[in-house]
Design a protein around this ligand. Structure first.
Ligand code: SAM
Length: 349
């Protein structure tokens, strides 16, 4: 029996222009999963000490020898792993990229049991997200993303590591891209574990800070402020940014927060900041901004699948700001890719 192949369903594939072949290749389902299977099973690490017969390899890894041989044969035919002799496999340069300690960190990224790999699996439900506009992570794993990872210490540790890296990329742009010397108190709304606020207060010794986040994150931030000797100038409050925020801040910072939310929720968060900031407060929105459209749209679909959020252009953000009683004062794209949009109270109509 012939097995179904996407190519068979495109009429006259041999005669159609290259573009159709490209789309067929892009839509292939086996290749991405074969590479991910190799990464998830840590195949490369099991071959790191030399070539092995597939039966020995399967026994060592607790896998089915026949299926493993078929996976390796497929991967070899696509340029990943090397067949040293019949039934004997070894690393090649492409397979070395899948070693766990390779600096590219590709293996962890492709591991289907890891944070990013789970998101990749949820992307299989993208059509449903497009039907409803809702996130589909829950369709794949039975519960929403943040709930799912909160209950799994391994995923949570991976998330914390990712968040640390992600925020680390932004810190210098946020510190250098705004005139913090003029600010008395900054309220870091959804400030996470406090890394950004800590660095900001260390850079500006007269600045005072308040961090608002869900109670578990606020507790981590409080500990970070204590450890940095900042508790006299800084406090962490456990709460929700959908509830009224502490008043009297000069700047309400939203770093990497709005991207997680749909327009209605993002507008509510902006409104809470506007209410708390009053007539003189500013709201500073800091987000990594991908200038390249392919990167921008990739991130946009990922965040839709994951939590139903979205990547916004400055114009889109301006529209939400207006709904929240704010107006765009300045927009600045910083050297490491963080876009800072400063918002202030909209003039009375
Ligand atoms: C992507 S992280 C951004 C953290 C930090 N601002 C940064 O730049 O790294 C989003 C943060 O929003 C927090 N968060 C989610 N829902 C929240 C809510 N209802 N109220 C307050 N914080 C919330 C999360 O706990 C998380 O720390």
């Amino acid at each position: 029996m012939e097995l179904p192949d996407a190519r068979d369903h495109i009429a006259g594939i041999a005669d159609v222009p290259d573009a159709s072949r490209d789309v067929t290749r892009l839509a292939d389902a086996i290749w991405p999963h074969a590479v991910r299977a190799a990464a998830t099973l840590r195949l490369a690490d099991h071959l790191a000490d030399g070539a092995k017969d597939v039966k020995d390899l399967a026994a060592r890894m607790g896998l089915d020898p026949d299926a493993l041989g078929r996976l390796l044969a497929y991967l070899v035919s696509h340029g990943v792993f090397h067949r040293a002799a019949p039934g004997v496999y070894d690393l090649n340069p492409a397979a070395r990229l899948l070693l766990d300690d390779h600096p590219a960190r590709l293996r962890a990224r492709l591991d289907q049991d890891g944070l990013a790999g789970r998101l990749d699996r949820a992307a299989a439900f993208l059509a449903d997200a497009v039907r409803t506009g809702e996130p589909v992570y829950e369709s794949a794993y039975g519960r929403p993303y943040y709930e799912d990872i909160a209950d799994d210490p391994r995923l949570l540790a991976e998330f914390d590591g990712f968040a640390h890296w992600y925020t680390g990329r932004s810190v210098a742009d946020v510190i250098e891209g705004y005139q913090w010397g003029r600010v008395g108190t900054v309220v870091d709304v959804g400030g996470g574990s406090g890394m950004l606020l800590t660095r900001l207060l260390q850079a500006y010794p007269r600045l005072r800070g308040v961090l608002i986040d869900l109670p578990s994150s606020a507790a981590k931030a409080e500990a970070a402020f204590d450890a940095a000797g900042l508790s006299g100038r800084c406090e962490a409050i456990g709460g929700s940014f959908f509830d009224p925020l502490p008043r009297g801040g000069d700047v309400y910072l939203l770093s990497g927060v709005l991207i997680d939310w749909d327009d209605q929720s993002a507008t509510t968060i902006l409104r809470r900041c506007a209410e708390a900031g009053g007539a003189h407060g500013r709201v500073l929105v800091a987000e990594q901004w991908e200038v390249d459209e392919a990167a921008f749209t990739d991130e946009d679909l990922r965040i839709l699948v994951l939590v139903g959020g979205r990547v916004r252009t400055p114009e889109h953000l301006g529209t939400l700001a207006a709904r929240a009683g704010l107006t765009v004062l300045t927009t600045r794209l910083n050297p490491r890719g963080v876009r800072l949009v400063e918002l202030g109270p909209a003039p009375a109509a």
